[in-house]
Write a protein that binds this ligand. Structure first.
Ligand code: PMP
Length: 430
């Protein structure tokens, strides 16, 4: 009674869900890079290795070792939502420039990187067949998560200013006309210097996006807007734009925000966080509690020291300056190598770790294509843009490439672009 009897003739011990977790392509690309040590990898989205904050972290650990009571606490479980002190400090620090949006720490959850938070959101909101709209291209790891919960992902045309709001409205109308309006649950945006396209949602589009969601909620039903702010601190020029939560009083009712220290300090410490509407907080906490009772408390105490000692604020200008040099090296090399090649296009991102390259339409850059093979022969690895496209909505552009400038030094970046350009020229001639 109440339980469905499992099919007697099953052929696998794996769950249906496990079957849907098709590995991430980036894992395969990284294995390739390891197998071919002479390959210049412009694929991995890792942060710069040389500026990882080793000394700062060692000092924070020593301070912790010198405070036996704090250390004892750090070695104990804490709340599922994460350390209350850390949540309050993150709210304060993260909204230092836009205090109007500062969230109540009661609506925040500390997670093991923001990926865990994104995963929790997907699990909490999506049933199989539910619809998520996202820019095309978008963050492929989150697409993997969405596929894992059997959601439909609808791609929305985007440019250097992020998702086109007209295109978003068109997609929403198309979905409503097909009778699927009730399936729409989430709009996902990587708000600043996104992965993969390096685009930043303009202020005008931020306001329009809030309005589209507000209207949909009034006319069609509850949906949420998920703003992924992973790269927010990595701005190399221009002024910070207000986060969605700071733009309207009612935003806290439907905006979910994901944040992380992975890019601003260290991905290895695995401290990220999320801000959710009050109505969602208890559910997400229960789900998180089922997973791990809360993220590693030790890492949270460490990050709290890094925040409150001001070390993160001294670290940020150092990494921003380093990335700026790398970004310039990549853009200069692209100009020198491909500036004259017809129909090869890229934009200058104002921050982040990625440059998005669009090639002439007839050049397929996907894994195994002639360009891919030629680039491997030349000795350069890239992420085919193809992986970053949802399978519905905006068509997949096979002629696109994501280039990362985070890990390589400027000489490596130049060499990688020279090799890639040679491959592109070779394939364009055939
Ligand atoms: N969002 C985006 C857009 C990212 O690129 C990344 C990292 N590559 C993350 C979230 C998650 O990073 P983490 O889990 O380390 O916080």
């Amino acid at each position: 009674m109440g339980h469905t009897v499992s099919e007697p003739n099953r052929t696998s011990t794996l769950s249906r869900r496990a079957g849907m977790s098709s590995g991430q392509p980036i894992g395969r690309l990284m294995a390739l890079a390891l197998k071919h040590p002479n390959l210049v990898s412009l694929a991995a989205g890792f942060v710069d290795n040389d500026t990882l904050p080793c000394e700062t972290t060692a000092a924070a650990l020593r301070r912790l070792a010198d405070q036996p009571e704090l250390l004892r606490k750090a070695l104990q479980y804490d709340m599922t939502a994460g350390s209350g002190i850390l949540r309050a400090n993150i709210a304060e620090w993260n909204y230092r420039r836009f205090p109007a949006g500062r969230p109540d720490p009661e609506r925040m959850i500390v997670t093991a990187g923001s990926n865990q938070f994104l995963h929790l959101v997907a699990e909490a909101l999506l049933d199989p067949g539910d619809i998520v709209l996202a820019a095309a291209p978008t963050y492929f790891v989150f697409m993997g998560t969405l596929k894992g919960v059997d959601a439909r992902i609808v791609g929305v045309s985007s440019d250097e200013f992020g998702m086109s709001i007209d295109a978003l409205q068109e997609q929403l109308q198309r979905i409503a006309a097909a009778g699927d309006a009730h399936r729409v649950k989430l709009i996902y945006t990587v708000t600043d210097f996104d992965n993969p396209a390096g685009s930043t949602l303009s202020l005008e589009r931020r306001e329009q996006l809030l309005e589209v969601v507000r209207r949909w909620r009034a006319e069609q039903g509850p949906i949420h807007l998920l703003s992924d702010c992973a790269y927010q601190e990595l701005r190399y020029e221009g002024e910070d734009l207000p986060p969605l939560l700071a733009l309207a009083d009612d935003a806290s009712e439907f905006v979910i925000e994901a944040g992380t220290f992975s890019k601003s300090y260290s991905p290895g410490i695995r401290v990220g966080w999320g801000v959710v509407p009050e109505s969602l907080a208890p559910t997400l906490l229960e789900m998180k509690s089922n997973i791990d009772f809360g993220s590693p408390h030790f890492a949270q105490v460490l990050m709290n020291d890094v925040l409150t000692s001001g070390e993160i604020d001294s670290h940020l200008p150092v990494i921003r300056a380093g990335y700026r040099v790398k970004l310039d090296a990549m853009l200069d090399a692209l100009d020198a190598e491909l500036g004259e090649t017809p129909d090869v296009v890229w934009h200058k991102p104002a921050g982040g770790l990625y440059v998005w390259l669009t090639l002439p339409e007839h050049i397929d850059a996907s894994e195994g294509s002639p360009l891919w093979r030629c680039a491997m022969e030349q000795g350069v690895l890239y992420v085919p843009g193809y992986y970053c496209y949802p399978t519905e909505g905006e068509p997949i552009a096979l002629n696109t490439i994501r280039l990362s400038f985070g890990v390589q030094n400027p000489a490596g970046i130049r060499l990688g672009i020279e090799r890639l350009a040679a491959a592109i020229r070779q394939v364009a001639q055939t």
